[in-house]
Design a protein around this ligand. Structure first.
Ligand code: SF4
Length: 271
């Protein structure tokens, strides 16, 4: 798809991009959440800014028929590698997740990716819907309850043991590519690294993605922040977050890879 076409698309479309992703290539975004940012977390680094509606309650936010119409309006696709469900919050909160994935696969015939914060993986209906995705990238930023509160700031009913049990259960059932995505916000102590490696041994992902908050964080809700593409100067108030150096990421990646022999990817290079 050309940039020109994407600019002509109505801003309220549930389809955006494609945006360049170091993890997935040129990624067409599907937003199953819509105008009000909605998530079970309110991460300190979230590019959407402060989450407007924090919940664990699933509902239909954007009708599947609207997503189908928005997708058909931009066909045929060009220069797109994958279709990613993410957008304005946590995609597994969308009750029509399975239908959306089915529609996306049928219309685009491209690999599908779901970026999830892992908080609803304890729900068998969510796990079942996610089986339609070719890749699921499950967030795991915290290795202690204290970190969960500080980094992800979840709704009160969410806790780290529940998140880990959900990912573990999903791994047992899911045949697709499971990536654990971890935002690295500072250097880790040796104890933190050891705890992280132990958790990964339990979760058995196919890949580990170490990430940094390279996208600007909006200060006031903007729908277009869902797809901001490493913009240097977005046309709204934003904050650039401090990122750890590539050397720190590289060192972590090497130690993790050496310990468990699972591919570790991070911006700039991979192991
Ligand atoms: S889980 Fe994702 S959408 Fe939700 S607050 Fe964190 S970064 Fe934002």
């Amino acid at each position: 798809m050309s940039t020109t076409l994407s600019r002509q698309r109505p801003q309220c479309s549930s389809v955006y991009g494609p945006v360049k992703s170091w993890r997935f290539g040129r990624s067409l975004g599907i937003d199953p959440i819509g105008s009000v940012s909605t998530c079970s977390f309110s991460c300190v680094y979230c590019q959407l800014g402060k989450i407007q509606h924090m919940t664990t309650e699933r509902q239909v936010f954007v009708p599947t028929s609207q997503i189908l119409d928005d997708l058909r309006a931009i066909m045929p696709l060009q220069q797109t590698d994958v279709v990613t469900l993410s957008g304005s919050g946590e995609p597994t909160l969308a009750l029509n997740l399975e239908k959306i994935l089915a529609v996306v696969k049928k219309v685009t015939r491209l690999p599908t990716v779901v970026l999830t914060n892992s908080t609803l993986l304890h729900d068998a209906t969510v796990r079942s819907a996610l089986k339609l995705a070719d890749t699921v990238a499950a967030k795991l930023d915290a290795i202690s309850s204290n970190q969960l509160q500080q980094i992800n700031r979840p709704v009160a009913t969410i806790n780290l043991p529940g998140i880990l049990e959900g990912i573990e259960q999903f791994r047992q059932e899911y045949q697709g590519h499971l990536a654990i995505q971890t935002m690295v916000l500072s250097s880790w102590t040796p104890d933190m690294l050891e705890d992280y490696i132990q958790i990964l041994q339990r979760l058995k992902p196919d890949e580990i993605q170490l990430n940094i908050p390279s996208r600007p964080r909006v200060l006031v809700r903007q729908l277009e922040a869902r797809g901001n593409d490493n913009l240097q100067s977005p046309p709204y108030l934003f904050q650039n977050l401090k990122c750890v150096s590539t050397d720190i990421l590289a060192s972590l990646a090497t130690q993790i890879h050496d310990a468990i022999n699972i591919p570790v990817n991070y911006p700039a290079m991979s192991l």
